[in-house]
Ligand binder design. Structure first.
Ligand SMILES: *[C@@H]1O[C@H](CO)[C@@H](O)[C@H](O)[C@H]1NC(C)=O
Ligand SMILES: *[C@@H]1O[C@H](CO)[C@@H](O)[C@H](O)[C@H]1NC(C)=O
Ligand SMILES: *[C@@H]1O[C@H](CO)[C@@H](O)[C@H](O)[C@H]1NC(C)=O
Ligand SMILES: *[C@@H]1O[C@H](CO)[C@@H](O)[C@H](O)[C@H]1NC(C)=O
Ligand SMILES: *[C@@H]1O[C@H](CO)[C@@H](O)[C@H](O)[C@H]1NC(C)=O
Ligand SMILES: *[C@@H]1O[C@H](CO)[C@@H](O)[C@H](O)[C@H]1NC(C)=O
Ligand SMILES: *[C@@H]1O[C@H](CO)[C@@H](O)[C@H](O)[C@H]1NC(C)=O
Ligand SMILES: *[C@@H]1O[C@H](CO)[C@@H](O)[C@H](O)[C@H]1NC(C)=O
Ligand SMILES: *[C@@H]1O[C@H](CO)[C@@H](O)[C@H](O)[C@H]1NC(C)=O
Ligand SMILES: *[C@@H]1O[C@H](CO)[C@@H](O)[C@H](O)[C@H]1NC(C)=O
Length: 355
């Protein structure tokens, strides 16, 4: 109101007066505009299809873990029959999420379930993998929600991702970690999420949606803090020794571009970046850069940064399960324009287990 000249302000007051009771002016679609609940652009279609690929792997993963390990394996990891039922229930939630997104995309255009391969051989590593995978599923959606044309669909998708956020926290509790050592959950770009997801998909139905997003070369952390080696499940734990701290050396190796990845090898890794110079730490609301010391053609090391999210003595910016990316430059980016980082990605992301 204070921006308006006097006559306009009078007109605005008149509009407010005719709006529904107790309804301030502004907002969009508040007048019972019918929702459409379908993609309004290629961007929407590809973003929702990426989310659908993610829901399908979670559905498969939770069933797979329950089938791969025996009841006594789970018991030995401190997870009893009721805990196993909770994992089963999470799989059921994924059926619901996949149905929702398929309905929005249209059953004939929606991608179908694929086949997968997983890197774990123990219950604890399964739980850790679930904790990391649900985090990139969650962050992958937060990164694009605000850019969708279809705002009604964005909200329904968010209403599924909030349950995914609860799953992520429960897997942390199954590991005996502090359940949520952050004030904000970071978003990542679609290409970053697809880079993390694609390597676990081995094969898809022949005509499944081909995703438009980029696959960056893979990034590995040789000395990622190991979250599985703790005291067993707990609602919450103060870790007497934090998993990591600022000043810790982090060693990285990455792949050259041009490798076939993803379902049926149908995707190739690529980069448009120049020489590797920095590591971007995408955590909470912040993207923080550290210098990369090159130690080989596809390897280097860096140092975990400090910094508090709103300045001194607020809360550490780097904490929880976060994303690191090797870049050729250190442009300032915000949660709203993180996509501007894509052209600077040499490799990654990898998921750093900072806390
Ligand atoms: C793939 O083909 C089948 C059989 O023709 C069809 O039912 C399905 O909708 C197609 N899927 C996609 C994603 O186009
Ligand atoms: C963590 O350490 C345990 C042994 O303490 C090992 O079995 C497990 O594979 C490690 N997990 C990861 C993800 O490296
Ligand atoms: C848990 O950690 C917090 C923060 O460091 C500390 O204030 C609190 O005393 C700790 N509580 C227990 C029971 O260890
Ligand atoms: C991360 O948060 C946990 C829980 O508040 C805390 O114990 C830990 O010290 C934090 N890590 C860092 C690196 O500050
Ligand atoms: C990390 O790299 C540094 C410097 O290259 C090296 O001294 C150290 O041994 C490496 N640590 C691990 C765990 O690989
Ligand atoms: C991937 O690379 C191979 C050979 O380098 C090429 O034949 C294929 O068309 C590429 N695929 C995509 C999806 O770019
Ligand atoms: C990098 O690659 C070149 C050519 O393949 C090789 O000669 C050189 O020794 C490598 N450098 C390092 C540090 O590994
Ligand atoms: C993190 O981002 C917030 C919000 O943009 C900003 O206020 C804060 O200064 C940043 N903190 C650091 C350590 O960069
Ligand atoms: C943060 O602490 C440092 C060192 O104690 C001090 O130099 C700086 O002015 C403080 N910054 C803010 C924003 O309070
Ligand atoms: C991202 O947005 C911020 C805030 O608008 C702007 O200062 C920054 O230059 C942008 N970064 C890039 C790489 O465009």
């Amino acid at each position: 109101m204070m921006f308006l000249s006097a006559p306009l302000a009078v007109a605005a007051v008149a509009i407010i007066a005719s709006a529904a009771p107790y309804t301030p002016s502004g907002g969009l679609g508040t007048n019972s505009t019918p929702p459409e609940y379908h993609p309004l652009s290629d961007f929407d279609f590809q973003s929702l299809s990426l989310a659908l690929y993610q829901e399908y792997i979670e559905l498969d993963l939770f069933h797979h873990g329950l089938a791969q390990f025996s009841e006594s394996d789970f018991d030995a990891a401190g997870l009893n029959a009721e805990d196993r039922y909770l994992i089963q229930f999470m799989a059921d939630q994924e059926v619901g999420h996949a149905t929702l997104i398929s309905n929005m995309l249209g059953q004939d255009k929606a991608a179908k379930q694929c086949s997968y391969s997983y890197p774990f051989q123990s219950v604890r590593d399964f739980v850790d993998f679930c904790q990391k995978l649900t985090r990139f599923g969650e962050s992958g959606v937060y990164g694009f929600l605000e850019h969708l044309n279809a705002r009604d669909s964005a909200t329904l998708l968010l209403e599924s991702i909030t349950t995914e956020a609860r799953q992520q926290m429960i897997f942390r509790q199954f590991e005996g970690l502090f359940p949520m050592p952050e004030w904000f959950i970071p978003g990542i770009t679609q290409s970053m999420a697809w880079t993390l997801l694609a390597p676990y998909i081995t094969s898809c139905p022949e005509n499944n949606t081909h995703l438009a997003w980029q696959n960056f070369p893979a990034l590995q952390i040789s000395n990622n803090p190991n979250a599985t080696n703790t005291n067993g499940p707990a609602i919450t734990h103060n870790l007497s020794t934090p998993l990591s701290a600022p000043g810790r050396t982090v060693n990285l190796t990455w792949e050259e571009p041009g490798k076939q990845v993803g379902p049926d090898g149908a995707y190739n890794t690529s980069t448009t970046a120049g020489q590797a110079k920095y590591v971007a730490w995408i955590s909470q609301l912040n993207t923080t850069y550290t210098d990369l010391t090159i130690t080989g053609n596809y390897s280097g090391s860096t140092v975990q940064p400090g910094g508090d999210i709103f300045g001194n003595n607020t809360f550490p910016t780097i904490n929880g399960t976060i994303f690191i990316v090797v870049t050729d430059d250190n442009p300032y980016v915000t949660p709203f324009n993180l996509t501007m980082l894509n052209t600077h990605v040499v490799a990654g992301p990898a998921m750093y287990q900072s806390g």
